[in-house]
Design a protein around this ligand. Structure first.
Ligand SMILES: *Cc1c(COP(=O)(O)O)cnc(C)c1O
Length: 515
């Protein structure tokens, strides 16, 4: 067993005695703060270079060991082998490809759902169920967990795939019926596994999310679940530390790979450009940098919802007059970036965090003090690109470099190219192009984002659109991943659509639990 590291909360409202397994099960601290490690461990240059010849699971295990995860080393190794094993379509798990001189793409989409959420969600359910098991053994817990997820598309699928048939857990996903793409719909409703279900909700994503949130805070319902089914509710959402820790590993891994390929000399600085939404991925890069991975600038790439790029430029986080824009990179369409609170804690401390989070809640804005602003500017650069700019980037990079980007990665690419610097740039790629095939098709056929695809594509399924992309590129792009290619033929397991509102969601859950 490692010496367990303890966790504080960002608002300093709870005791700092929680360990990794405690915070994974708990998710969020009492009082609303997020869990952060009480210290950031360091990884020497020799240790990083020592990982050059090791498989990805061992690199991830090394990061877990350094963070003092309170599970025996042999258990950590088993979990990491299961998380980063044969369900990935590339044995390197997160390969780095030099697409043009000095620009290295870190491909985070070789997992079972073809998007980067798999990096965390193939791992976190395993540590979650190990943590619940430990709590059962210690006698501090006597229930299993029911994970409820409201999704606008991608997170739901990655969570289903991660929690499928995991011990001590069940998972139910609610999505807006008619509000997700054909491909996203089929990915979710064909999910295998005995401990899960998927329901459409008549309404939009906000309706879906409010209904699920209302079920969470319904005490009669939570009591009923505990008494009748021995279940507690959890959301396993992206602010859970159990999702952040595995993300640090791919930055360590990427640096080791860049040294191995000769892209950088051992110890030489790189910059990292991350397409950002909830600030989890780029925060993992920050932790990797603090551990000692030679990263110079952290480049925060935003789409038209550029609240973060503006924050880095001005020190003011302001959503008081900001509308929500639809973009071809929907997983970055976010106004409140929850994980930013962790960065603010590390730079400014809990007192400031309490003050700023209170201002954000009441006035929908806060402004950091000059010292914190300087610290942010010394670490981060922000940049944004608009919708048509990101589609033009897909077209251009394919024409010039023969590499097909998804719309999220295209935002990072465009911002990386605008950010001058002489260090090699690591561009973080968060989705396979095929996850967002319809917009990639718009990009390749030069259709503005606001327009519909040409009529020749009307009536085609999501998979057939992907085949059109393959034809247009002459096959010179990453192949369509097998789990996506087979979707039109896969059996639909979950066809039920329920009304919006708390009661319908609760009835759906009751009905499913009784069968
Ligand atoms: C979730 C997601 C992002 C944003 O990542 P954060 O960690 O929330 O900043 C970017 N791209 C894709 C494809 C995603 O699924």
């Amino acid at each position: 067993m490692n010496t367990p590291l303890t966790y504080h909360d960002t608002r300093d409202l709870t005791d700092a005695t929680a360990t990794f397994t405690d915070v994974v099960v708990k998710g969020i601290a009492d009082g609303g703060g997020l869990f952060v490690p009480s210290e950031i461990p360091s990884l020497s240059s020799d240790e990083i270079i020592g990982l050059v010849k090791t498989p990805y699971w061992e690199r991830a295990a090394t990061v877990f060991e350094h963070f003092g995860v309170d599970l025996p080393s042999a258990h950590i190794a088993t979990l990491m082998q299961a998380a980063y094993g044969s369900q990935w379509d590339d044995e390197r798990i997160a390969p780095v490809i030099e697409v043009c001189p000095g620009f290295h793409v870190l491909e985070l989409w070789h997992g079972p759902t073809s998007a980067f959420k798999d990096m965390a969600l193939q791992c976190m359910p395993l540590t979650f169920s190990a943590a619940v098991d430990l709590a059962w053994q210690r006698g501090t817990l006597a229930e299993d967990y029911l994970i409820l997820v409201a999704t606008s598309g991608d997170t739901g699928k990655a969570a289903l795939e991660g929690f499928a048939d995991r011990e001590h857990t069940k998972i139910v996903v609610f999505y807006p019926a008619g509000g997700v793409s054909d491909l996203q719909y089929k990915q979710m409703v064909t999910q295998r596994g005995e401990n899960l279900a998927v329901f459409g909700v008549r309404g939009n994503f906000d309706d879906c999310q409010s209904a699920v949130k209302a079920a969470f805070s319904d005490e009669d319902f939570t009591r009923e679940l505990a008494e009748r089914h021995r279940l507690r509710l959890s959301s396993a959402n992206s602010i859970n530390w159990g999702r952040l820790l595995p993300q640090i590993a791919y930055y360590v891994s990427a640096y080791a790979d860049m040294v191995a390929s000769g892209g950088v000399k051992a110890g030489q600085c790189i910059n990292a450009c991350v397409p950002t939404g909830n600030f989890g991925n780029i925060l993992a890069a920050y932790y990797a940098r603090e551990m000692g991975v030679p990263i110079g600038r952290l480049v925060c790439a935003s789409n038209e919802n550029a609240v973060l790029a503006d924050f880095i430029a001005t020190g003011c986080y302001d959503i008081s007059e900001r509308g929500f824009v639809t973009t071809p990179s929907p997983s970055m369409d976010i106004l409140v970036s929850s994980n930013l609170e962790r960065l603010l804690y590390h730079l400014a401390g809990a007192g400031k965090v309490r003050e700023w989070m209170a201002a954000l809640a009441s006035e929908k804005r806060f402004e950091v003090d000059p010292d914190t602003f300087d610290a942010i500017r010394s670490l981060f650069v922000g940049g944004s690109v608009n919708n048509d700019g990101s589609l033009a980037t897909i077209r251009q990079v394919f024409a010039e470099d023969g590499y097909l980007l998804d719309p999220h990665t295209a935002v990072a690419w465009a911002v990386a190219k605008k950010t001058s610097g002489d260090a090699p740039m690591l561009i973080v790629s968060t989705a396979h192009w095929a996850k967002f095939g319809a917009d990639v098709l718009k990009a390749l056929t030069d259709v503005p984002y606001a327009n519909a695809l040409p009529a020749v594509y009307d009536g085609l399924t999501g998979v057939q659109l992907l085949e059109k992309v393959r034809e247009l590129t002459g096959g010179r792009c990453a192949p369509i991943p097998a789990p996506l290619a087979g979707l039109d033929a896969a059996k639909i397991r979950f066809a039920e659509v329920v009304d919006t509102g708390r009661e319908s969601v609760e009835d759906a859950l009751r009905g499913w639990l009784e069968t």
